[in-house]
Design a protein around this ligand. Structure first.
Ligand SMILES: [Zn+2]
Length: 175
């Protein structure tokens, strides 16, 4: 993806985020409820219950669209800002209709990029698989939602690990 492609993508995603019912002041629960109304599909958010310590490959978030509602599962044992980011990332997949093919079971299982080895991140960036592009897009939407794209809303700072910083700067987003 070259610089102008990235710019076009950012503009497209900004336009999509601008249509979302972002509450002022920001509140995740209010947002999800309003978004459920807007889409006419309730959004049900649940923690993923696991026994024992979280394995390294545990996904941070999961979106499962059902016939009439959307489920978002999240890992509860992370900080609140990180949890918000994970949930908004899944919202990104949802609003970008990343499962619009009815023959493809809609399931997004992944770790948010916080703990990925930078070498892996480079390898992933070099790839242009459809799936990777969708992950990038969802990540950008989460960032746009939580940053409010420079508007009035104040949100807690999110993930700040150096890898996350690297990831965001690769996408041309501020942290
Ligand atoms: Zn994802």
């Amino acid at each position: 993806m070259n610089r102008s492609d990235l710019q076009r993508l950012k503009e497209r995603l900004k336009a999509i985020v601008a249509e979302l019912p972002l509450p002022n002041p920001w509140n995740l629960e209010t947002f999800l409820e309003a978004l459920g109304h807007q889409r006419n599909r309730p959004i049900i958010v649940r923690p993923i219950e696991l026994d024992g310590p979280t394995p390294a490959d545990m996904p941070s978030g999961l979106w499962i669209p059902r016939q009439t509602e959307d489920y978002i599962f999240y890992e509860p044992r992370t900080s609140r800002p990180h949890r918000q980011h994970c949930i908004c990332h899944e919202v990104g997949h949802m609003v970008l209709r990343h499962n619009s093919d009815p023959n493809r079971p809609g399931q997004y299982l992944h770790r948010v990029f916080e703990n990925i080895d930078p070498a892996l991140l480079d390898a992933a960036r070099a790839r242009t698989s459809y799936r990777f592009i969708e992950e990038q897009e969802a990540e950008m939407v989460a960032t746009l939602i939580l940053d409010g794209a420079g508007d009035h809303r104040r949100t807690p700072r999110r993930v700040k690990s150096s890898t996350a910083r690297q990831w965001h700067s690769a996408l041309g987003l501020r942290l």
